[in-house]
Ligand binder design. Sequence first.
Ligand SMILES: Cc1cc2nc3c(=O)[nH]c(=O)nc-3n(C[C@H](O)[C@H](O)[C@H](O)COP(=O)(O)OP(=O)(O)OC[C@H]3O[C@@H](n4cnc5c(N)ncnc54)[C@H](O)[C@@H]3O)c2cc1C
Length: 394
Amino acid sequence: MSTFASELTVEQTEIVRTIRDFVERDVLPNVSRYDHADEFPQPLVQTMKVLGLFGTTIPEEYGGLGLDLTTYALIVKELSRGWISLSGVINTHFMASWMIKTYGTEEQKQSLLPPMAQGEVRCAFSMTEPHAGSDVQSIRTRAVRDGDEFVVNGQKMWVTNGLRAGIVMLLAVTDPAAQPRHSGMTTFIVEKDPEATEQPGLTIPPPLKKLGYKGVESTELVFDGFRVPASRILGGEDQLGQGFKQFMAGIELGRVNVAARGLGIAQSALENAVRYARERQAFGKPIANHQLIQAKVANMATKIRAAELLMLDAARRKDTGERADLEAGMAKLFATEVAEEAALEAMRIHGGYGYSQEYPIERLYRDAPVLILGEGSNEIQQLLIARRIFERAA
Ligand SMILES: Cc1cc2nc3c(=O)[nH]c(=O)nc-3n(C[C@H](O)[C@H](O)[C@H](O)COP(=O)(O)OP(=O)(O)OC[C@H]3O[C@@H](n4cnc5c(N)ncnc54)[C@H](O)[C@@H]3O)c2cc1C
């Protein structure tokens, strides 16, 4: 029911065990309370800092653990098995740190990565706008040069960690006449005051109200004359116009991570369903002895295993430097659909109690859909996968 030990290195096995212990000890007894109160889990995040999770993939020379994407995905799966929102707290941080590590200037790496690795500064990742989600090239937020600075105006939407982040990776249009449009977009490393809803040139309205994925805030960011030094263009002034490509590379990595989050939800749904099916009696025997329940469990477990292999395949390809957009898209598509299906199947197995707040199933059922919508919706994944298949065939 879990990753086969033989597939992991000794170090990965040890790390997975540490995260599982944290989840069993600190997360599972408290998750229902945090979720229903929609409360930011400060003590849990503090433990995640102590465990070094904010620096998981940041190189050791900048104070991180220097682990690979495969190990990161295994960590995310374990966290999400406890609560998807904990992986939400580190997900945008992970993508931002990867972008700085990959594209940043040496000065940007040296000044930003060490506090990020400790979790002293947390990061958000912002491209979506009210009118533009999938169609990223339609964003309107403008950054206009004024001497050594750029002045930012525009509205961003659905920024996870938007309030508590001290750094926002911001995609903005710097050349609206550029053709193709994406070549006129630039990534800015926006440094802001965490927790402040009003600061010069930036307003953060109250967090958006959501179905699930509670506890971690998703906010709008309203820029009105916000000033960013030109030195905070990701990778320096040479990288003006490279923002779209940088964001898409970050998102591609994020897809492996979303697959891992889906797996965590699906794994939790399966474990809860099996536990309940062994306890609940109907027609004189545990429902686990009814064959239609067994079929559900068998299908859930098989699909989870397949999703896990897709995730590991995509992560390992990325770690060896291979192109893996096709594999990451497949892993994201499949694992998140499996999560959604497993949450519903677990609810069916729980009968009426699955609908009750007494059991974790209703939370899994509310949390799963965000994975289908985000990091490129599953419809967009299908388009990308098909495009690559046809490219190969041509
Ligand atoms: C809780 C939450 C957290 C988020 N966090 C972040 C974040 O931190 N940073 C960030 O930048 N964004 C974030 N997002 C935004 C998320 O990435 C977008 O919601 C997503 O990209 C979809 O965009 P949209 O909502 O505008 O839907 P749209 O793009 O308007 O899509 C609507 C529907 O049309 C479909 N569709 C669109 N284009 C096509 C097409 N060509 N072919 C077929 N179907 C299509 C979509 O699949 C979807 O079903 C978050 C969203 C949520 C809900």
